[in-house]
Design a protein around this ligand. Structure first.
Ligand SMILES: [Zn+2]
Length: 271
């Protein structure tokens, strides 16, 4: 396969997988004519399908399509043998209908099972172009060809892209709620505001009224002092008066004297 074509096929298959959820192994519905053609032109059908679809493939044949081959007698036995190696796709047509019609019904309007179709029927190929996202393969002069994406496929892809760009229904609800939210939020912030700088505002309000707050602060200080006592036992008294010590050198001296008295405490303090 030429480089240019290989690149085009890779791009096309990524479109099918990215936009329409195609996954390996790609399921390929093979029609009776394709079985006959690959036998007569000595094409390794499964291998070639893997090459053009650029991945692993699972060839399949419907009951109606293999029935068509049975009807053609012993001359087409090699094609029947080939078809028998494929997975049988139940189409639930009690009496066999023409292969083209069978495949059209199996693909349906949306190709929800994500089949690719390998067919030599011009008529079927044009019918499949109406359905979005049906990779169609045919053989032309012993060369397997993957058709370019149909207009229906490209339209569906574009529609899906536009859908993803636009906000979805739940997103719209969110947007609506957030657009009304901003007027609500600022008041909340104002309410929260006083809580933040509360220690400062409490000090100012002290003389006025707010009495419950100051006791709380005292409790906190006491708690801290308590912790210190736990840490270094006897020196707790000194620590309590610590804030003033830096300003008052006399007390500092006292403390040193005391520390010297209990040699052990001094080392702890230095450390
Ligand atoms: Zn059928």
């Amino acid at each position: 396969m030429r480089q240019k074509r290989a690149k085009a096929y890779r791009k096309l298959m990524s479109l099918y997988s990215m936009s329409f959820g195609f996954r390996e192994p790609y399921q390929v519905l093979v029609d009776s004519e394709m079985c006959k053609t690959s036998v007569s032109q000595k094409i390794e059908l499964v291998k070639q399908l893997g090459v053009v679809l650029q991945g692993t493939v699972k060839p399949m044949i419907t009951q109606c399509c293999i029935h068509e081959l049975y009807l053609q007698g012993k001359a087409q036995q090699p094609a029947v043998d080939l078809a028998k190696t494929f997975e049988r796709r139940k189409c639930n047509h009690r009496e066999a209908i023409p292969g083209d019609d069978c495949l059209v019904s199996v693909i349906g309007e949306t190709n929800k099972h994500r089949y690719a179709v390998a067919t030599q029927s011009q008529e079927l190929r044009s019918k499949l172009r109406i359905v979005p996202a049906v990779p169609v393969v045919h053989v032309n002069r012993a060369v397997m060809i993957l058709e370019p994406p149909s207009d229906a496929t490209l339209r569906a892809k574009q529609a899906m892209e536009e859908k993803t760009l636009l906000p979805s229904a739940p997103e719209m609800v969110k947007l609506a709620s957030t657009s009304t939210a901003p007027p609500e939020e600022p008041p909340r912030k104002k309410k929260k505001g006083p809580k933040g700088p509360n220690p400062l505002s409490v000090k100012r309000k002290k003389p006025k009224a707010d009495q419950p707050a100051p006791p709380q602060r005292k409790d906190e200080d006491q708690g801290k002092a308590g912790n210190k006592r736990k840490w270094d036992d006897g020196e707790a008294d000194q620590h309590v008066s610590a804030p003033n010590e830096t300003a008052n050198p006399k007390r500092k001296r006292r403390r040193r004297d005391h520390a010297d008295g209990t040699g052990r405490a001094a080392t702890e303090e230095d450390a």
